[in-house]
Design a protein around this ligand. Structure first.
Ligand code: ZN
Length: 669
């Protein structure tokens, strides 16, 4: 599971002037691209630098996989546009060219033709005639195989009725038939559900069930109606990219120390066989390894992109420990049992013994696949419930990324526009980042790992509402505890003011400012956004009689303010009590009712106001990153003697570089 940044906040009071090198390297549409730094890399011992270099190469090799997973048209569209981008010799100053260039930047950013967050298909601001005229000005042979796919590419870009959304979560519709992700081919929702229910039933009672369907496309054969899986492995679907990943992992294995060496070997074995038991074996080894300084994620991990929450997108992340910041998460992990025992949920739903919650703060060295360019700021893995229960989970927060966000948001006027009260602005300036960091730690280290299911309750019982409710549960856990006196006692916060800063931010975002990420007329779809809206609206409603949270109008603008922070904390606790019950009992109807009532529908007038005020600030609501580059320095015998890091600041150049040097899949997979 992953947490995504919930704020695009400014640290307005900070007077630290803009550095010589800007943090934001590109802006287009609703996106800003930021660079991040990797402090401490130069000081690492050579073996660790070399290990990072190999793992970073492996992290770049699966990029095409994600494009194809997101939609079958993505690779042909991207490659057609890249060929144009590289070869066009006509006028690059016209409005239509600029629109085409912007579209390509969006496709790179979203790893496909659908918005990375809203999942809606992009609307091109150039015409099909223009695209075709540009293509005609370029020698045909430059397009190679793409010539035959031209018609499909045009339909994918220009026909609004084809591939409308990557991920449809509208209750009552066939979620597979109406989603254009490529996890299922020619399969109806009921067929897929029956296929995997039968698989699970055949394995009923196994205390160590594999995550069925995690690493494959489910296909229905046209003639026979037979359903079968195309497994993502060496020699299977996506084989050419996976072979490259494995090649770099083998080099990494050669320089890694135990226990990491054996873990990398297990991962390689999983990639070779596609056997999900091997993946579990790897995960168990990985979660137990708390000693390696360099760590990484590389594989089919998160299932947010599958409407049925089963198939995982490919992602990668290479990182090393940020020792100073780790103190915070060590304290939290060391007290994991205390937090579980005092959690405001029914005693039957608490874990009697919390196992192996390991948490650390990391410095990211490379982002890949579904972590690039938009990245989570916290990760908690593995996702398999039984492994989490038996072996615990490993939780990280990514400090150099949140630092870069903070720097990029610096002085952007956000707080002045949306936060009414000066005391709230001051607290947010002073404690906002601390509250965010702690909330992320608590969400990841403890929130997701807390609680237990009643015997016999399936982890999949909440179906399409499970992601939203799981994020809600973890967020509530974090919100409840950042205001707990225990944190002061543990020395993690100086006072309740940190929680006040966090609460004011959270409610503002959940009820108001996150709407800036949604197009007019649309509902809230993404599960983290739904969870924030759910929490904020529920607390507003349940605290209404006491005016715990209140709408205030001033100078024709609406503001949301928290009047009673102590009571709000109690409401977080009460809501956690209910959401944990829903998860533990697998109460689908209650979960559905909560989400549909509070998390989905948007007030169109408020939405318009937020969009207008946000637009006036010229802040892009989404951020993503360019990666650093690593270059090995070799001696006369070819041995690596050092690895040099550099920070490119050209987004388009990095994308073209990756598409040239790290693109291994055919147009059709
Ligand atoms: Zn989460």
């Amino acid at each position: 599971m992953a947490s995504v940044p919930f704020l695009a906040l400014a640290c307005g009071a900070c007077s630290d002037a803009q550095k010589e090198r800007p943090w934001i390297v590109d802006r287009f549409d609703d996106i800003k691209v930021i660079r991040y730094e990797v402090p401490g890399f130069e000081a690492l011992p050579l073996e660790q630098k070399e290990l990072i270099y190999y793992l970073a190469e492996a992290a770049k090799c699966g990029r095409d996989i994600l494009f194809d997973q997101n939609c079958v048209a993505n690779l042909p569209v991207r490659r057609t546009l890249e060929t144009i981008y590289a070869c066009y010799e006509g006028d690059r100053t016209t409005a239509e060219w600029k629109a085409l260039e912007k579209y390509l930047k969006k496709v790179w950013f979203a790893n496909g033709i659908h918005h990375h967050y809203s999942n809606d298909k992009f609307k091109p601001e150039f015409t099909e005639e223009y695209l075709l005229s540009v293509i005609e000005s370029i020698p045909e042979e430059r397009f190679g195989e793409l010539n035959a796919l031209r018609g499909e590419v045009c339909v994918a870009i220009f026909d609004p009725n084809v591939y409308r959304t990557r991920l449809n979560q509208t209750a009552g519709e066939d979620l597979l038939w109406t989603s254009s992700s490529n996890y299922y081919s020619n399969v109806r929702q009921a067929e897929a559900e029956a296929f995997y229910e039968a698989m699970a039933a055949a394995d009923a009672g196994n205390p160590e069930p594999v995550s069925y369907g995690l690493n494959s496309q489910l296909v229905k054969e046209e003639k026979t109606n037979r359903l079968y899986e195309r497994v993502w492995k060496v020699g299977g679907m996506y084989g050419p990219a996976i072979e490259q990943i494995v090649g770099w992992l083998e080099k990494a294995e050669a320089v890694a120390a135990e226990p990491q060496k054996s873990n990398i070997a297990a991962l390689i074995n999983y990639y070779r066989t596609g056997d999900l038991k091997e993946f579990d074996r790897y995960n168990i080894g990985w979660v137990r390894d708390t000693v390696s300084n360099v760590d990484f994620v590389n594989g089919f991990i998160e299932d947010y992109g599958d409407p049925l929450g089963r198939k995982a997108s490919w992602e990668a992340n290479v990182n090393f420990r940020d020792s100073a910041a780790c103190r915070r998460t060590e304290i939290i992990s060391a007290n994991a049992q205390w937090f579980e025992d005092h959690s405001p949920v029914d005693a039957a739903f608490r874990k009697p013994v919390v196992k192996g919650v390991s948490a650390k703060v990391i410095t990211v060295a490379m982002l890949g696949g579904d972590c690039y360019p938009a990245t989570p700021i916290g990760i908690n893995l593995p996702n398999a419930d039984w492994i989490r229960k038996e072996y615990g989970s490993k939780s990280v927060t990514i400090d150099n990324i949140t630092y870069a966000y903070d720097k990029a948001a610096h002085g952007n006027g956000f707080n002045e526009e949306f936060v009414l009260r000066a005391e709230d602005r001051e607290r947010i300036d002073r404690y906002g980042k601390q509250a965010d960091d702690l909330h992320t730690d608590l969400h990841e280290c403890l929130g997701h790992g807390s609680g237990q299911l009643l015997p016999g309750v399936s982890p999949a019982a909440l179906r399409s509402y499970s992601s939203t409710l799981e994020e809600t549960r973890a967020d509530l856990f974090g919100l409840y505890y950042i205001g707990d006196p225990k944190l002061i006692e543990l020395g993690l916060v100086p006072s309740f003011d940190v929680a006040k800063a966090g609460y004011a931010d959270y409610i503002l975002n959940g009820m108001m400012t996150q709407l800036a990420r949604i197009e007019p007329g649309k509902d809230v779809e993404e599960s983290h956004m739904r969870n924030r809206k759910l929490i904020a609206e529920w607390c507003y409603e349940h605290g209404k009689a006491d005016r715990v949270i209140e709408w205030v109008e001033e100078n024709g603008k609406r503001y949301i303010v928290v009047n009673d922070f102590e009571r709000l904390r109690e409401l977080f606790g009460e809501m956690l009590h209910e959401v944990q019950r829903i998860k533990s009992e697998g109460d689908y109807e209650a979960g559905k009712a909560l989400v549909e009532q509070y998390a989905v529908k948007v007030d169109p007038e408020l939405h318009r106001e937020v969009l207008d005020r946000y637009a006036a600030l010229h802040i892009e609501p989404y951020g993503g990153f360019v990666n650093p580059e690593y270059e090995p320095v070799r001696d006369a015998e070819g041995r690596i003697t050092d690895v040099r890091i550099s920070y490119p600041a050209d987004y388009a150049a990095q994308m073209m570089h990756y598409s040239t040097d790290y693109s291994f899949l055919p147009n059709r997979n």
